[in-house]
Design a protein around this ligand. Structure first.
Ligand SMILES: NC(=O)c1ccc[n+]([C@@H]2O[C@H](COP(=O)([O-])OP(=O)(O)OC[C@H]3O[C@@H](n4cnc5c(N)ncnc54)[C@H](OP(=O)(O)O)[C@@H]3O)[C@@H](O)[C@H]2O)c1
Length: 242
């Protein structure tokens, strides 16, 4: 299968290109606006064989990448983060014509964690839920998008849940709170822990990322999945299956 990697010179793009070796997938074209030897600077410069586009570039390129995929009738794995509502709308519009797989976290382990969190939230309806995430000291945003994704998985089962970001001062915990706490330290790749506590027991579900290759692995699994699908909008839960 021929894969076009957009954003191929970036951290994640390079991981995807590295991982392609030794799989059933072939790097058809490496595209990145920063250019370089053997790199196409624009998607439209490449017209050769292709079965899927994996995009780890930048959300601002949404118009270009969706237009290219629709024009060539190619499935798209949209792995960049930070889409504006307008850009996200471009993905949705493209999904009416081609298969589009989108996730802000391509880790299969995190997708499994989110599913387990939803199950735990349903089973332990009234318990206290706290989410703790840790990342390296260079991360600018807090809490992580993944912590919010996990909170959303709880809220899907407990619609009255209110997110409380960190705590200080004199406030008693309300039963419907989901406490969300961000640690920033050292070189931590990414850790997410969801704690469910009743008066008699505590259940902790935790995912630890050791290497950002996990996102590239998930993106290639998504590529293998999406090439077999009809036009539509797909997410990690579709990849996990029932
Ligand atoms: N879904 C997930 O699981 C997941 C996980 C981690 C990261 N991400 C997201 O994936 C994206 C890439 O992350 P990264 O850490 O690899 O970033 P990065 O190191 O900055 O790499 C992005 C690369 O794409 C290039 N680029 C930017 N706009 C482009 C465009 N319109 N067309 C072609 N190439 C373009 C950049 O060139 P310049 O250097 O010239 O800007 C850079 O080489 C980000 O949006 C990040 O948030 C997603």
């Amino acid at each position: 299968m021929n894969v076009i990697v957009n954003g191929a010179c970036g951290r994640l793009g390079q991981e995807v290109c590295k991982l392609l070796d030794g799989t059933n997938l072939v790097l058809a074209a490496a595209v990145d606006r920063s250019g370089g030897e053997g790199i196409y600077t624009k998607l439209s410069d490449y017209t050769g064989p292709a079965d899927v586009v994996v995009d780890f570039s930048n959300h601002a390129g949404a118009a270009e990448v969706t237009a290219y995929c629709v024009e060539r009738n190619l499935p798209l794995v949209a792995a960049t983060t930070g889409y504006t509502p307008e850009e996200f709308g471009m993905l949705e519009a493209a999904a009416e014509k081609i298969p589009v797989f989108q996730s802000y976290n391509m880790s299969i382990g995190v997708a499994l964690l989110a599913r387990l969190v939803g199950q735990a939230a349903a089973i332990f309806g009234g318990c206290d839920v706290e989410i703790v995430e840790a990342h390296h000291n260079r991360k600018a945003d807090a809490p992580s998008g993944t912590a919010l994704l996990l909170a959303d998985a709880v809220k899907a089962k407990r619609p009255d849940a209110e997110y409380v970001f960190g705590r200080s001062g004199q406030h008693k915990r309300q039963p419907n709170e989901i406490g969300i706490h961000a640690l920033r330290m050292g070189n931590v790749v990414g850790e997410h822990e969801v704690i469910f506590a009743t008066d008699s027991q505590t259940i902790t579900l935790k995912h630890q990322a050791h290497d950002r290759a996990l996102f590239a692995e998930g993106a290639l699994a998504a590529a293998n999945f999406v090439v077999k699908q009809p036009a539509g909008f797909y997410h990690m839960d579709d990849l996990l299956g029932p």
